[in-house]
Design a protein around this ligand. Structure first.
Ligand code: DLL
Length: 436
Protein backbone atom coordinates (compact mmCIF):
# COMPACT_ATOMS: atom_id res chain seq x y z
CA UNK A 1 0.00 0.00 0.00
CA UNK A 2 1.33 3.41 -0.97
CA UNK A 3 1.15 5.97 1.83
CA UNK A 4 0.67 9.32 0.29
CA UNK A 5 1.59 12.46 2.18
CA UNK A 6 -1.55 14.52 2.65
CA UNK A 7 -1.89 17.69 4.66
CA UNK A 8 -5.38 19.09 5.25
CA UNK A 9 -4.39 22.64 6.30
CA UNK A 10 -0.84 23.24 5.01
CA UNK A 11 -1.17 27.00 5.57
CA UNK A 12 -1.38 26.25 9.30
CA UNK A 13 0.34 22.89 9.66
CA UNK A 14 3.43 24.01 7.71
CA UNK A 15 3.68 27.58 9.08
CA UNK A 16 7.06 28.99 10.01
CA UNK A 17 7.86 29.08 13.72
CA UNK A 18 7.60 32.89 13.73
CA UNK A 19 4.19 32.85 12.07
CA UNK A 20 2.96 30.27 14.56
CA UNK A 21 4.25 32.28 17.52
CA UNK A 22 2.44 35.36 16.22
CA UNK A 23 -0.81 33.46 15.77
CA UNK A 24 -0.55 31.83 19.19
CA UNK A 25 0.32 35.10 20.90
CA UNK A 26 -2.66 36.91 19.36
CA UNK A 27 -4.96 34.11 20.43
CA UNK A 28 -3.46 33.86 23.92
CA UNK A 29 -3.82 37.57 24.63
CA UNK A 30 -7.50 37.40 23.60
CA UNK A 31 -8.15 34.24 25.56
CA UNK A 32 -6.60 35.59 28.76
CA UNK A 33 -8.70 38.78 28.55
CA UNK A 34 -11.75 36.59 27.91
CA UNK A 35 -11.30 34.31 30.93
CA UNK A 36 -10.42 37.26 33.19
CA UNK A 37 -13.66 38.92 32.26
CA UNK A 38 -15.99 35.92 32.03
CA UNK A 39 -14.72 33.15 34.32
CA UNK A 40 -14.78 34.16 38.03
CA UNK A 41 -12.42 31.27 38.85
CA UNK A 42 -9.67 32.73 36.59
CA UNK A 43 -10.40 36.30 37.62
CA UNK A 44 -9.83 35.28 41.25
CA UNK A 45 -6.76 33.14 40.51
CA UNK A 46 -5.08 35.88 38.49
CA UNK A 47 -5.82 38.52 41.13
CA UNK A 48 -4.40 36.21 43.81
CA UNK A 49 -1.03 36.19 42.09
CA UNK A 50 -1.22 39.79 40.95
CA UNK A 51 -1.44 39.18 37.21
CA UNK A 52 -3.58 41.29 34.91
CA UNK A 53 -4.51 40.55 31.31
CA UNK A 54 -2.26 43.43 30.20
CA UNK A 55 0.77 41.57 31.61
CA UNK A 56 0.34 38.87 28.99
CA UNK A 57 1.71 40.17 25.71
CA UNK A 58 2.45 36.86 24.04
CA UNK A 59 3.37 33.20 24.55
CA UNK A 60 6.64 34.27 26.19
CA UNK A 61 4.52 35.40 29.17
CA UNK A 62 2.69 32.10 29.61
CA UNK A 63 4.70 31.24 32.75
CA UNK A 64 3.07 34.20 34.55
CA UNK A 65 -0.35 32.56 34.39
CA UNK A 66 -1.82 30.26 37.06
CA UNK A 67 -2.21 26.52 36.57
CA UNK A 68 -5.50 24.65 36.33
CA UNK A 69 -5.82 21.12 37.71
CA UNK A 70 -8.32 18.30 37.54
CA UNK A 71 -9.27 19.15 41.14
CA UNK A 72 -10.23 22.66 39.97
CA UNK A 73 -12.55 21.06 37.41
CA UNK A 74 -14.05 18.83 40.10
CA UNK A 75 -14.59 21.77 42.45
CA UNK A 76 -16.34 23.72 39.70
CA UNK A 77 -18.39 20.75 38.51
CA UNK A 78 -20.52 20.80 36.43
CA UNK A 79 -20.72 24.28 34.88
CA UNK A 80 -18.59 26.54 37.08
CA UNK A 81 -15.86 27.23 34.51
CA UNK A 82 -18.02 28.40 31.62
CA UNK A 83 -16.91 31.50 29.72
CA UNK A 84 -20.23 31.73 27.84
CA UNK A 85 -23.88 31.72 28.97
CA UNK A 86 -25.07 28.15 29.48
CA UNK A 87 -27.56 28.62 26.63
CA UNK A 88 -24.59 28.66 24.24
CA UNK A 89 -23.31 25.28 25.41
CA UNK A 90 -24.12 22.78 22.69
CA UNK A 91 -22.87 19.60 24.37
CA UNK A 92 -20.99 18.13 27.26
CA UNK A 93 -18.53 15.25 27.26
CA UNK A 94 -16.77 13.64 30.15
CA UNK A 95 -14.41 11.13 31.50
CA UNK A 96 -14.97 8.92 34.49
CA UNK A 97 -12.06 8.67 36.81
CA UNK A 98 -11.77 5.56 38.92
CA UNK A 99 -13.48 7.27 41.83
CA UNK A 100 -15.89 10.10 42.46
CA UNK A 101 -17.46 12.56 40.08
CA UNK A 102 -17.08 12.82 36.36
CA UNK A 103 -14.64 15.26 34.83
CA UNK A 104 -16.97 17.27 32.64
CA UNK A 105 -16.15 19.47 29.64
CA UNK A 106 -18.54 21.81 27.83
CA UNK A 107 -18.45 22.83 24.16
CA UNK A 108 -20.18 25.44 22.06
CA UNK A 109 -21.26 24.51 18.54
CA UNK A 110 -18.13 26.25 17.26
CA UNK A 111 -15.97 24.21 19.66
CA UNK A 112 -17.38 20.99 18.24
CA UNK A 113 -16.67 22.24 14.71
CA UNK A 114 -13.03 22.94 15.61
CA UNK A 115 -12.90 19.52 17.22
CA UNK A 116 -14.17 17.83 14.04
CA UNK A 117 -11.66 19.84 12.01
CA UNK A 118 -8.75 18.76 14.24
CA UNK A 119 -9.75 15.10 14.01
CA UNK A 120 -10.13 15.48 10.22
CA UNK A 121 -6.57 16.84 10.11
CA UNK A 122 -5.51 13.83 12.19
CA UNK A 123 -7.23 11.37 9.86
CA UNK A 124 -5.58 13.10 6.90
CA UNK A 125 -2.23 12.57 8.65
CA UNK A 126 -2.98 8.84 8.52
CA UNK A 127 -3.46 9.13 4.75
CA UNK A 128 -7.27 8.90 4.90
CA UNK A 129 -9.60 10.81 2.56
CA UNK A 130 -13.30 11.14 1.78
CA UNK A 131 -12.95 7.83 -0.10
CA UNK A 132 -12.36 5.93 3.12
CA UNK A 133 -14.75 3.90 5.24
CA UNK A 134 -14.04 4.46 8.91
CA UNK A 135 -15.26 1.91 11.44
CA UNK A 136 -15.45 3.63 14.83
CA UNK A 137 -15.47 1.24 17.77
CA UNK A 138 -14.56 3.68 20.50
CA UNK A 139 -17.51 4.03 22.85
CA UNK A 140 -20.13 6.65 21.95
CA UNK A 141 -21.52 8.64 24.84
CA UNK A 142 -19.92 10.95 27.36
CA UNK A 143 -16.50 9.46 26.51
CA UNK A 144 -15.04 11.57 23.70
CA UNK A 145 -13.60 8.67 21.64
CA UNK A 146 -16.64 7.63 19.60
CA UNK A 147 -18.15 11.05 18.93
CA UNK A 148 -14.75 12.70 18.41
CA UNK A 149 -13.79 10.28 15.66
CA UNK A 150 -17.29 10.56 14.27
CA UNK A 151 -17.07 14.39 14.04
CA UNK A 152 -13.69 14.03 12.34
CA UNK A 153 -14.77 11.42 9.83
CA UNK A 154 -17.78 13.60 9.00
CA UNK A 155 -15.64 16.71 8.51
CA UNK A 156 -13.37 14.66 6.26
CA UNK A 157 -16.37 13.47 4.25
CA UNK A 158 -15.56 9.81 4.77
CA UNK A 159 -18.16 7.09 5.25
CA UNK A 160 -18.54 6.66 9.03
CA UNK A 161 -19.59 3.39 10.62
CA UNK A 162 -20.68 4.38 14.17
CA UNK A 163 -20.28 0.97 15.83
CA UNK A 164 -19.42 2.10 19.38
CA UNK A 165 -17.63 -0.40 21.65
CA UNK A 166 -18.33 -4.04 22.40
CA UNK A 167 -19.97 -7.03 20.72
CA UNK A 168 -16.88 -8.33 18.97
CA UNK A 169 -18.76 -10.79 16.75
CA UNK A 170 -20.85 -7.96 15.33
CA UNK A 171 -17.78 -5.73 14.92
CA UNK A 172 -16.15 -8.47 12.81
CA UNK A 173 -19.22 -8.98 10.67
CA UNK A 174 -19.53 -5.25 9.93
CA UNK A 175 -15.80 -4.83 9.30
CA UNK A 176 -16.02 -7.49 6.64
CA UNK A 177 -19.43 -6.66 5.16
CA UNK A 178 -18.99 -2.88 4.85
CA UNK A 179 -15.40 -3.06 3.65
CA UNK A 180 -13.94 -0.67 6.25
CA UNK A 181 -10.56 0.73 5.22
CA UNK A 182 -9.77 2.16 8.66
CA UNK A 183 -10.80 1.44 12.20
CA UNK A 184 -10.58 3.44 15.42
CA UNK A 185 -10.51 2.01 18.95
CA UNK A 186 -8.19 1.62 21.93
CA UNK A 187 -5.00 -0.35 21.21
CA UNK A 188 -6.04 -2.96 23.77
CA UNK A 189 -9.34 -3.53 21.96
CA UNK A 190 -7.52 -3.64 18.61
CA UNK A 191 -5.45 -6.49 19.99
CA UNK A 192 -8.55 -8.27 21.21
CA UNK A 193 -10.18 -7.84 17.79
CA UNK A 194 -7.00 -9.11 16.09
CA UNK A 195 -7.19 -12.26 18.19
CA UNK A 196 -10.85 -12.83 17.34
CA UNK A 197 -10.33 -12.07 13.62
CA UNK A 198 -7.41 -14.51 13.45
CA UNK A 199 -9.49 -17.25 15.03
CA UNK A 200 -12.30 -16.62 12.53
CA UNK A 201 -9.79 -16.61 9.63
CA UNK A 202 -10.97 -13.13 8.64
CA UNK A 203 -7.85 -10.98 8.72
CA UNK A 204 -7.04 -11.49 5.03
CA UNK A 205 -10.63 -10.86 3.98
CA UNK A 206 -10.67 -7.31 5.33
CA UNK A 207 -9.80 -4.14 3.41
CA UNK A 208 -8.34 -2.41 6.46
CA UNK A 209 -5.25 -0.32 5.88
CA UNK A 210 -5.08 1.99 8.89
CA UNK A 211 -5.91 1.95 12.58
CA UNK A 212 -6.41 5.12 14.66
CA UNK A 213 -5.60 4.00 18.17
CA UNK A 214 -5.29 5.95 21.41
CA UNK A 215 -6.97 6.89 24.70
CA UNK A 216 -4.45 4.82 26.69
CA UNK A 217 -0.67 4.42 26.83
CA UNK A 218 0.79 1.79 24.49
CA UNK A 219 4.35 1.04 23.49
CA UNK A 220 6.06 0.97 20.09
CA UNK A 221 6.36 -2.80 20.56
CA UNK A 222 2.59 -3.08 21.02
CA UNK A 223 2.09 -0.91 17.93
CA UNK A 224 4.24 -3.28 15.83
CA UNK A 225 2.43 -6.32 17.20
CA UNK A 226 -0.96 -4.84 16.21
CA UNK A 227 0.31 -3.79 12.78
CA UNK A 228 1.63 -7.26 12.02
CA UNK A 229 -1.43 -9.09 13.23
CA UNK A 230 -4.03 -6.85 11.57
CA UNK A 231 -1.80 -6.12 8.54
CA UNK A 232 -2.39 -2.39 8.84
CA UNK A 233 -0.53 0.82 9.55
CA UNK A 234 -1.30 1.77 13.16
CA UNK A 235 -1.38 5.45 14.21
CA UNK A 236 -1.26 6.91 17.69
CA UNK A 237 -3.88 9.59 18.42
CA UNK A 238 -3.95 11.59 21.66
CA UNK A 239 -6.38 13.83 23.44
CA UNK A 240 -8.32 14.42 26.64
CA UNK A 241 -11.86 15.57 27.20
CA UNK A 242 -10.84 18.62 29.27
CA UNK A 243 -8.93 20.06 26.31
CA UNK A 244 -11.11 18.70 23.51
CA UNK A 245 -11.09 14.89 23.10
CA UNK A 246 -9.13 12.89 20.49
CA UNK A 247 -7.32 15.04 17.94
CA UNK A 248 -5.11 17.17 20.20
CA UNK A 249 -2.07 15.37 18.74
CA UNK A 250 -1.55 12.66 16.13
CA UNK A 251 1.18 10.64 14.44
CA UNK A 252 1.86 11.14 10.75
CA UNK A 253 2.96 8.37 8.40
CA UNK A 254 6.58 8.74 9.53
CA UNK A 255 5.68 7.52 13.04
CA UNK A 256 8.17 9.79 14.66
CA UNK A 257 6.14 11.33 17.48
CA UNK A 258 2.70 12.95 17.57
CA UNK A 259 2.19 16.36 15.96
CA UNK A 260 0.37 18.78 18.26
CA UNK A 261 -2.25 21.07 16.75
CA UNK A 262 -0.62 23.96 18.52
CA UNK A 263 -2.62 26.63 16.73
CA UNK A 264 -5.47 25.57 19.05
CA UNK A 265 -3.66 23.98 22.02
CA UNK A 266 -0.57 25.74 23.31
CA UNK A 267 1.73 23.09 24.80
CA UNK A 268 4.33 23.36 27.56
CA UNK A 269 6.40 20.55 29.00
CA UNK A 270 7.25 21.12 32.66
CA UNK A 271 9.20 19.41 35.35
CA UNK A 272 6.26 18.20 37.50
CA UNK A 273 8.08 18.97 40.73
CA UNK A 274 9.66 22.36 40.04
CA UNK A 275 7.08 23.48 37.41
CA UNK A 276 9.98 24.81 35.30
CA UNK A 277 9.97 24.22 31.54
CA UNK A 278 12.22 21.29 30.56
CA UNK A 279 14.51 21.30 27.51
CA UNK A 280 13.27 19.87 24.21
CA UNK A 281 13.90 16.12 24.34
CA UNK A 282 13.57 15.89 28.13
CA UNK A 283 10.55 14.21 29.69
CA UNK A 284 8.07 16.25 31.68
CA UNK A 285 4.37 16.87 32.24
CA UNK A 286 2.36 18.12 29.30
CA UNK A 287 0.43 21.30 30.10
CA UNK A 288 -2.06 22.90 27.71
CA UNK A 289 -3.66 26.29 27.28
CA UNK A 290 -6.64 26.24 24.93
CA UNK A 291 -6.29 29.14 22.51
CA UNK A 292 -9.64 29.00 20.74
CA UNK A 293 -12.03 27.13 23.07
CA UNK A 294 -15.20 29.13 23.71
CA UNK A 295 -17.31 27.26 26.26
CA UNK A 296 -14.70 26.12 28.75
CA UNK A 297 -11.29 27.60 27.97
CA UNK A 298 -8.51 26.27 30.19
CA UNK A 299 -5.31 28.03 31.14
CA UNK A 300 -2.19 25.93 31.79
CA UNK A 301 -4.10 22.69 32.37
CA UNK A 302 -1.94 20.02 34.02
CA UNK A 303 -2.60 16.84 32.05
CA UNK A 304 -0.34 14.63 34.22
CA UNK A 305 0.73 12.94 30.96
CA UNK A 306 4.47 12.46 30.59
CA UNK A 307 6.18 13.08 27.27
CA UNK A 308 8.96 15.08 25.60
CA UNK A 309 8.98 17.69 22.82
CA UNK A 310 10.73 17.55 19.45
CA UNK A 311 10.76 20.73 17.37
CA UNK A 312 13.01 19.43 14.59
CA UNK A 313 11.55 19.32 11.07
CA UNK A 314 9.50 16.21 10.31
CA UNK A 315 9.83 14.44 6.96
CA UNK A 316 6.10 15.01 6.31
CA UNK A 317 6.70 18.75 5.91
CA UNK A 318 4.61 19.79 8.89
CA UNK A 319 6.22 22.30 11.23
CA UNK A 320 3.85 21.38 14.07
CA UNK A 321 6.03 20.14 16.94
CA UNK A 322 5.95 16.48 17.91
CA UNK A 323 5.61 14.90 21.31
CA UNK A 324 6.99 11.45 22.01
CA UNK A 325 4.74 8.47 22.59
CA UNK A 326 3.47 8.68 26.15
CA UNK A 327 5.35 6.95 28.89
CA UNK A 328 2.22 7.09 31.02
CA UNK A 329 0.66 9.48 33.49
CA UNK A 330 2.30 10.71 36.64
CA UNK A 331 -0.44 8.87 38.50
CA UNK A 332 0.14 5.58 36.55
CA UNK A 333 3.61 5.46 37.98
CA UNK A 334 3.98 2.95 40.79
CA UNK A 335 6.67 3.28 43.39
CA UNK A 336 7.84 -0.26 44.10
CA UNK A 337 10.34 -0.47 46.93
CA UNK A 338 11.37 3.10 46.18
CA UNK A 339 11.78 2.57 42.44
CA UNK A 340 9.51 4.35 39.95
CA UNK A 341 7.89 1.88 37.60
CA UNK A 342 5.64 2.54 34.60
CA UNK A 343 3.47 -0.23 33.15
CA UNK A 344 4.79 0.71 29.67
CA UNK A 345 8.33 -0.34 30.74
CA UNK A 346 7.00 -3.78 31.58
CA UNK A 347 5.03 -3.96 28.33
CA UNK A 348 8.20 -3.26 26.34
CA UNK A 349 10.11 -5.93 28.27
CA UNK A 350 7.37 -8.55 27.87
CA UNK A 351 6.96 -8.02 24.14
CA UNK A 352 10.69 -8.65 23.62
CA UNK A 353 10.35 -12.20 24.94
CA UNK A 354 9.36 -15.03 22.64
CA UNK A 355 6.54 -17.04 24.12
CA UNK A 356 5.09 -14.17 26.18
CA UNK A 357 1.80 -12.86 24.78
CA UNK A 358 0.82 -9.18 24.82
CA UNK A 359 -1.79 -9.69 27.57
CA UNK A 360 -0.66 -8.87 31.08
CA UNK A 361 -1.77 -7.58 34.45
CA UNK A 362 0.35 -6.03 37.18
CA UNK A 363 -0.64 -6.63 40.79
CA UNK A 364 0.99 -4.72 43.63
CA UNK A 365 0.76 -5.96 47.23
CA UNK A 366 2.48 -5.18 50.47
CA UNK A 367 3.77 -8.17 52.42
CA UNK A 368 5.62 -7.70 55.71
CA UNK A 369 6.06 -4.01 54.87
CA UNK A 370 7.63 -4.83 51.55
CA UNK A 371 6.13 -4.01 48.15
CA UNK A 372 5.64 -7.05 45.96
CA UNK A 373 4.93 -6.66 42.23
CA UNK A 374 3.43 -9.67 40.51
CA UNK A 375 3.45 -9.70 36.73
CA UNK A 376 0.74 -11.98 35.44
CA UNK A 377 1.24 -12.72 31.77
CA UNK A 378 -0.29 -15.06 29.24
CA UNK A 379 2.10 -17.36 27.41
CA UNK A 380 1.82 -19.60 24.36
CA UNK A 381 -0.33 -22.69 24.84
CA UNK A 382 2.62 -24.96 24.01
CA UNK A 383 4.35 -24.06 27.28
CA UNK A 384 1.54 -25.68 29.16
CA UNK A 385 1.52 -28.85 27.07
CA UNK A 386 5.34 -29.30 26.99
CA UNK A 387 7.56 -30.31 29.84
CA UNK A 388 7.36 -28.26 33.00
CA UNK A 389 11.03 -27.32 32.61
CA UNK A 390 10.24 -25.08 29.62
CA UNK A 391 7.61 -23.22 31.60
CA UNK A 392 10.07 -22.70 34.46
CA UNK A 393 12.77 -21.49 32.06
CA UNK A 394 10.38 -18.99 30.49
CA UNK A 395 9.29 -17.74 33.91
CA UNK A 396 12.91 -17.15 34.93
CA UNK A 397 13.66 -15.42 31.68
CA UNK A 398 10.68 -13.07 32.03
CA UNK A 399 11.67 -12.28 35.61
CA UNK A 400 15.24 -11.46 34.54
CA UNK A 401 14.29 -9.29 31.57
CA UNK A 402 11.82 -7.30 33.68
CA UNK A 403 14.33 -6.88 36.49
CA UNK A 404 16.83 -5.50 34.01
CA UNK A 405 14.22 -3.11 32.62
CA UNK A 406 12.89 -1.70 35.87
CA UNK A 407 15.56 -2.44 38.45
CA UNK A 408 13.42 -4.40 40.92
CA UNK A 409 12.65 -8.11 41.19
CA UNK A 410 9.12 -9.18 40.41
CA UNK A 411 7.08 -12.32 40.88
CA UNK A 412 6.04 -13.80 37.57
CA UNK A 413 2.83 -15.72 37.16
CA UNK A 414 2.39 -17.42 33.80
CA UNK A 415 -1.16 -18.10 32.73
CA UNK A 416 -2.80 -19.75 29.73
CA UNK A 417 -3.99 -17.74 26.74
CA UNK A 418 -7.26 -15.86 27.37
CA UNK A 419 -7.01 -16.04 31.17
CA UNK A 420 -6.75 -12.27 31.50
CA UNK A 421 -9.91 -10.30 30.88
CA UNK A 422 -9.96 -8.47 27.54
CA UNK A 423 -10.96 -4.81 27.43
CA UNK A 424 -13.42 -3.10 25.11
CA UNK A 425 -12.24 0.38 26.05
CA UNK A 426 -9.32 1.56 28.14
CA UNK A 427 -7.46 -1.44 29.56
CA UNK A 428 -6.88 -1.73 33.28
CA UNK A 429 -3.31 -2.95 33.59
CA UNK A 430 -2.58 -2.41 37.27
CA UNK A 431 -4.25 -3.55 40.47
CA UNK A 432 -2.71 -1.91 43.51
CA UNK A 433 -3.79 -3.65 46.72
CA UNK A 434 -1.66 -1.47 48.99
CA UNK A 435 -3.54 1.04 51.09
CA UNK A 436 -1.36 4.01 50.19
O1 DLL B 1 -9.13 9.29 26.07
C1 DLL B 1 -9.64 10.98 24.42
C2 DLL B 1 -9.25 10.07 23.35
C3 DLL B 1 -10.22 9.24 22.77
C4 DLL B 1 -7.96 10.06 22.85
C5 DLL B 1 -9.86 8.40 21.71
C6 DLL B 1 -7.60 9.25 21.80
C7 DLL B 1 -8.55 8.43 21.24
P1 DLL B 1 -10.15 11.01 28.30
O2 DLL B 1 -11.08 9.89 28.55
O3 DLL B 1 -10.44 12.34 28.88
O4 DLL B 1 -10.00 11.29 26.78
O5 DLL B 1 -8.72 10.51 28.79
C8 DLL B 1 -7.60 11.30 28.59
O6 DLL B 1 -6.16 9.36 28.33
O7 DLL B 1 -4.89 12.38 29.71
C9 DLL B 1 -4.06 10.30 28.73
O8 DLL B 1 -3.67 9.94 30.04
C10 DLL B 1 -4.78 9.14 28.08
N1 DLL B 1 -4.53 9.10 26.63
C11 DLL B 1 -5.31 9.56 25.65
N2 DLL B 1 -4.73 9.31 24.44
C12 DLL B 1 -3.55 8.69 24.69
C13 DLL B 1 -2.50 8.19 23.88
C14 DLL B 1 -9.56 10.39 25.82
N3 DLL B 1 -2.53 8.23 22.55
C15 DLL B 1 -6.36 10.58 29.05
N4 DLL B 1 -1.42 7.66 24.51
C16 DLL B 1 -5.11 11.39 28.74
C17 DLL B 1 -1.35 7.60 25.86
C18 DLL B 1 -3.42 8.57 26.09
N5 DLL B 1 -2.33 8.02 26.66
Amino acid sequence: MEWQERIRRPEIECMSRDEMLTLQSERLVKQVANVYEHVPFYNRKMKEIGVEPGDIKGVEDIHKLPFTTKEDLRENYPFGLLAVPKSQVARVQGTSGTTGKLTLASYTKHDTEIWGECVARALTMAGLTEEDIIHVCYGYGLFTGGLGLDFGARALGALTIPMSAGNTQRQMMCLEDFGATAMACTPSYALHLAEALEEAGLVDKLKLKAGIFGAEPWTVEMQKEIEERLKINAFDIYGLCEIMGPGVAMECIHHNGLHIFEDHFLPEILNPTTNEAVKDGDTGELVFTTLTKEAMPLIRYRTKDLTSMDRTQCACGRTLPRISKFKGRTDDMKVIRGVNVFPTQIETALLSIQGALPHYLLIVDRENNLDVLTVMVEVDEQYFSDEIRKLDDLKKKIGNVIKQAIGVSVRVKLVEPKSIERSEGKAKRVIDNRNL
